[in-house]
Ligand binder design. Sequence first.
Ligand code: SAH
Ligand code: DHB
Ligand code: MG
Length: 236
Amino acid sequence: MTDDETNTERWQAVDRYIADTLIGRDAALDAAVAASDAAGLPQIAVAPNQGKLLHLLALVRGAKRILEIGTLGGYSTIWLARALPAGGRLITLEADETHARVARSNIERAGLGVDVEVRLGPALETLPRLAAEGAGPFDLTFIDADKPNIPAYFEWSLKLAAPGGLIVVDNVIRDGAVADASSTDASVLGVRRLNEMLRDEPRVTATTIQTVGSKGYDGFTIALVTGDSSRLGGTR
Ligand code: SAH
Ligand code: DHB
Ligand code: MG
């Protein structure tokens, strides 16, 4: 067995252990995974412990309005929506009709149909419409759709963010390829551009964390929209 295979197996075992211990069986989430698999959706939803991290971030933030870009079968959507207080709302954007249909059914089954709206269409079309409607401002935005468009999604998320809002971006390490300055991969270029935008944007303070687990070697970016760089004490 190669070192990589040993690592992958160990990471998966630890993720299973964490999920079994801290999350356990969850009827709505388990059913969402089963229905997504049955419908042939790709198995790329956040892991259970990552979904719970999103849930915790929304709770810490006290998020009343949440935006998600990239729904898939609604697995991360359910974690996020469960953190909403009474009267809270989540809007999630999905380009694929089948994904959106499976997600709506999973979200309905989870008892969250009233709180969640799945909007069908390419996010670069639905985001300007959201802005024109005066939707938001959002207390938390989770960016998890096509990676080359991460910079554009970040710009929209910033426009639509409430002061003190969080912007979380998935898949920002890409097996380590993010550190390769000569990469021509469109997804890597999207993430590298995001980090430059975060560096140059005085209204946010951000960090990026590497993760290993059942989804391999990847990571999250978490950005706080301060709206005022003077509150940062001179550091980013
Ligand atoms: N957030 C989900 C996983 C999302 S996977 C979870 O963790 O459970 C990425 C999703 O983004 C896929 O469903 C894909 O169809 C969708 N997507 C890809 N390009 C898109 C676009 N341009 N606009 C909106 N959604 C898009
Ligand atoms: C892919 C997308 C994701 O959002 C993810 O977390 C993992 C993989 C993908 O498109 O392959
Ligand atoms: Mg992802």
